[in-house]
Write a protein that binds this ligand. Structure first.
Ligand code: CAA
Length: 384
């Protein structure tokens, strides 16, 4: 399918491109060194409506479709991948889960401030011993009167330190495996919720990734998201949308890497010519651009399916798998084209290379995407 973007989608893309290259890009290299959380960027993004993109107007959102969101996220990622992952988890995993599974009171209380950018959301599913296999999580939530008491440790939580609200999954019934997992809306300042180790990462350094410890953390029973036992379904549904977000982020970073490589190739002289004159490099540029376009189309296609209300799990995993593997190749090629300079901090390609490395890992590894895709193909009754 070829996409003809609507006027509104084009407007979003143009607006976010202008904003992120003027504002977000400027401090990206510095924040990569200092690990400073991009609070200023996020404040402005909230004012522009980028933190409740797919949330309806009535809950302070921008009421955009997923295609508009994907275009915006790619533009932010082009300028700063660390800011983009915060935006992605907040919009696709947190806001969408609340929009889909929360009751009216919870939406009023949490979705409105989240969508307005008053605070950022986090999603706590992963545990030290439960990454690719979240059903094996051991965090518990025990009913005690009008409260649930949460105990356990969550790991690799994006915005674990700087979020205002965390969606936490925990076992409410050990005997029931995935149907014994429930989800809770936990305010960050709830007593018993403690931020633990903050990871020292090779990339996305301005986005905090932390442990969250729950020690006798009492959460009002009314803060259960969805029904008891629905936590795994909520997480899987959230990750379907989240994986489109990581694909969009991959496209943005890959485009930035290609643009830098082209700029360098057009300015660098060797053997008496600009290196862009050499066919060896021209073919690499052609392949890079083709791979990026393929990933972009897969990502938009998954987004369009979601917007049409179709089941898009397989396509989201395909987009995530292809785009995240693609950006790892593209950033490596862009770095190679810079020669020795690519290995220095004088050029942004080394940051792109480091930032992209986690894209094949978080929100489901490439191996897990292949599990999802092959499972869905094998159980599709329309196939021979
Ligand atoms: N949507 C809705 N429901 C779904 C679903 C989906 N996409 N996928 C599965 N389910 C449901 C199934 O229908 C089934 O429910 P029923 O029993 O009612 O039919 C139930 O979930 C169990 O399904 P499976 O048997 O397929 O589950 P599984 O245990 O075999 O796991 C998996 C499937 C795909 C491997 C899954 O565990 C998975 O996605 N793992 C990876 C987890 C992951 O991506 N973690 C990243 C965390 S977030 C992060 O990275 C950090 C960040 O913030 C950036």
């Amino acid at each position: 399918m070829t996409f003809k973007l609507t006027d509104e989608q084009l407007m979003i893309q143009t607006m976010v491109r202008e904003f992120s290259r003027r504002v977000v890009a400027i401090t990206a290299a510095q924040r990569d060194i200092t690990k400073e959380y991009p609070a200023d960027n996020l404040k402005q993004m909230g004012e522009l409506g980028l933190l409740g993109m797919m949330v309806p107007f009535e809950y302070n959102g921008s009421d955009s479709d997923t295609i508009g969101y994907v275009l915006a996220l790619s533009e932010v990622a082009y300028s700063c991948a660390a800011t983009a992952v915060i935006m992605s988890v907040h919009n696709s995993v947190v806001c969408e889960s609340i929009l889909k599974f929360a009751n009216d009171e919870q939406k009023e209380r949490y979705l409105k401030p989240l969508a307005a950018g008053k605070y950022i959301g986090a999603f706590a599913l992963t545990e030290p011993e439960a990454g690719s296999d979240p059903v094996s999580q051991i965090t518990t939530a025990q009913k005690d009167g009008n409260f649930y008491v949460i105990n356990g440790t969550k790991r690799f939580i994006t915005t674990g330190k700087n979020s205002g609200l965390v969606i936490v999954t925990a076992k409410t019934d050990h005997a029931k495996k995935h149907k014994g997992i429930s989800a809770f809306l936990v305010e960050h300042d709830t007593p018993g919720l403690k931020v633990g180790n903050i990871e020292e990462k090779m990339g996305l350094r301005a986005s905090d990734t932390t442990d969250l410890h729950f020690e006798e953390c009492r959460v009002p029973a009314e803060n259960m998201l969805g029904k008891e036992g629905e936590g795994f379904k909520i997480a899987m549904t959230a990750l379907d949308g989240g994986r489109i977000g990581i694909a969009a982020q991959s496209v943005g970073v890959a485009q930035a890497a290609l643009d830098e490589a082209v700029k360098y190739a057009k300015s660098r002289d060797q053997f008496g010519h600009k290196i862009s004159k050499f066919q060896g490099l021209r073919w690499i540029i052609a392949d890079m651009a083709t791979q990026i376009e393929a990933a972009r189309q897969l990502t938009l296609s998954a987004a369009a399916m979601k917007d049409r209300g179709e089941k898009f799990t397989t396509q989201a995993s395909m987009a995530k798998l292809f785009a995240s593997e693609m950006v790892n190749k593209i950033t490596a090629q862009a770095l190679q084209m810079h020669g020795g300079y690519g290995f220095t901090k004088d050029y942004p390609v080394e940051r792109f290379y480091r930032d992209a490395r986690v894209f094949t890992i978080y929100e489901g590894t490439s191996e897990i995407q292949r599990v999802v895709i092959s499972n869905n193909i094998l159980k599709d009754k329309r196939r021979p």
